[in-house]
Write a protein that binds this ligand. Structure first.
Ligand code: SME
Length: 162
């Protein structure tokens, strides 16, 4: 059950927190076939255990990304291909880490509190089908540890899609 996902605040090492979180996310989505239910639980587990400001999925729908399950303040509903950090992730088909959103040309501001960001593609059969977007109120909050672990989560999610 998802109430087991409650990693002690005493564990301050980010890598360790992901290590504890990943098998729990895997277990959480293993027994559920509904995509929206799984995405909703994944973003809640990440947001509340990793202390992010905003965590959510955008679905590739035609020529746009459309907002999916998320945790955090209201966000923009649609993002074009190649636009913002999310659209750039979709276009480049790779994880994008932005240390300071104000330095990223074309960054789409959903909240002025968001200062750094990471976006990871969810790939299925060689195509981006969703992106996982995470924002932080802290500058330079994301690094390779986040990239590796969010990519693992993206793969777990992709594996549930038939
Ligand atoms: N900042 C993103 C838009 C989505 S929000 O951060 C939730 C971007 O530039 O694509």
């Amino acid at each position: 059950m998802n109430e087991t996902i409650n990693i002690s605040p005493d564990i301050t090492d980010k890598k360790k927190r992901y290590e504890l979180l990943l098998p729990q996310i895997q277990a959480l989505i293993e027994g559920e076939s509904d995509l929206i239910a799984n995405l909703a639980n994944v973003v809640a587990a990440l947001q509340y255990n990793m202390g992010f400001f905003w965590t959510g999925f955008y679905f590739v729908k035609g020529k746009e990304l459309v907002l999916g399950p998320f945790q955090g303040p209201v966000a923009c509903s649609r993002i074009g291909f190649g636009k913002g950090v999310c659209g750039t992730c979709w276009q480049k088909e790779k994880t994008i880490i932005v240390a300071d959103v104000n330095q990223f040309p074309g960054h789409i501001t959903c909240s002025s509190y968001s200062r750094s960001e990471i976006v990871t593609p969810v790939m299925k059969n060689g195509e981006v089908i969703m992106v996982l977007d995470v924002d932080s109120e802290k500058l330079s909050n994301f690094d390779e540890v986040d990239a590796v672990n969010l990519e693992k989560i993206a793969n777990l999610v992709a594996g549930k899609i038939v």
